[in-house]
Design a protein around this ligand. Sequence first.
Ligand SMILES: *Cc1c(COP(=O)(O)O)cnc(C)c1O
Length: 411
Amino acid sequence: MATPLPATGTDWPTLKARMAEYATGDVAWRDGKTAVYVFNAGPEVERVQKEAYTAFMSENGLGPAAFPSLARMEAEVVGFGLSLLHGPEDAVGTITSGGTDSITMALKAARDFARKEKGVVGPLNIVLPRSAHPAFDKAAAVMEIEVRRTPLNAYLADPEAMAAVCDAATVMIVGSAPSFPYGLIDPIAALSDLAIARDLWLHVDACVGGYIAPFVRMNGEDIPPFDFELPGVRSMSADLHKYGYCAKGASTVLFRTAALRKFMIFDFRDWPGGRMVTPTLAGTRPGGAISAAWAVMNFLGVAGYREKQGLVTATRAKIAAGAEALGFSVLGQPKLGILAFTHPEVDSQAVWGKLRERGWFTSLATEPRSLHLMLSPFHAEVADTYLADLAWALGEVRGGDGATGGEVRYS
Ligand SMILES: *Cc1c(COP(=O)(O)O)cnc(C)c1O
């Protein structure tokens, strides 16, 4: 619907008030009642994000020669990611606009590698566990690549099922660390073995785990190898704007070697505008997303991340125990910030609807129908309220007032 642009301008204080009014219908995420979409590391981190973002908001990451500041900050942020994820000496990476961008560009690199380096001709495919993120399907749709999703085993990728559908036209296999629906880390070591044995490109999607798992391991949890430590891993995606607590619009795509990343970069000169090199899907790249990532990572440091991620995992354990005490069962053994839990008798979607009445905006997994939480440090403060409301919601649904709605959509 066309909306006429106001004929004359409006002063900023009026507009600011109007925006606040628009926001009154939004979820109360600062109160900790949202466990999807937003990562709340508290007001201090939010302030650093905001000030660092606005400081470079007009600068453009498309021009590293014009803005060596951004090139330097990007190199440092990527370096932090590679050091946390066992990047070998020759490993490289790039900041992208988000997980979908990272995944798309990794797939583009893997596809071009297969075409140019291995001489694969004809239709191509990728092999994913059923729990992998839809970003792979989107990227594959754009590139006209067939997607082969394989069944899970105990909510985890099944390397044998994946091996069975790989062939000479398979340009990538994927494991998640962790998967979004279950919060569980796939058996990446076995996928790495498969990748080595069959000379396949293994991408580890650590979008939601890459900047939490290393710190959870430092805190003493037994996290199995899932990153470049495993020799079969050729690329990874890890989102800064999730458990990195950076401002939105920032992820990292990482490669084992610079030679592999070459297949990602678009280098073009056949037009009247001169040579244009773009590493990611974007042309213009917001400087603020890069500067905010740099500032937040330096603001927190290892000690800050360990503390924040410790709050997340303690809250996850507390909610898991509380939910189990109410008769729910947690799917698998989540070790990071996501958990899903289901009830043998009561429809989780109905419980979700009741929790919504109390202001909770969380998500759902569907196989089986489960409540799903993606926790932030701030949730430590509201875990008790959540569990009390969960008990109440369960009682309400048990009492019969639990009409299940239609399919829940998040966007
Ligand atoms: C969030 C997520 C993505 C996609 O990232 P966006 O930043 O939302 O584009 C991909 N994979 C997993 C496992 C995720 O959790």
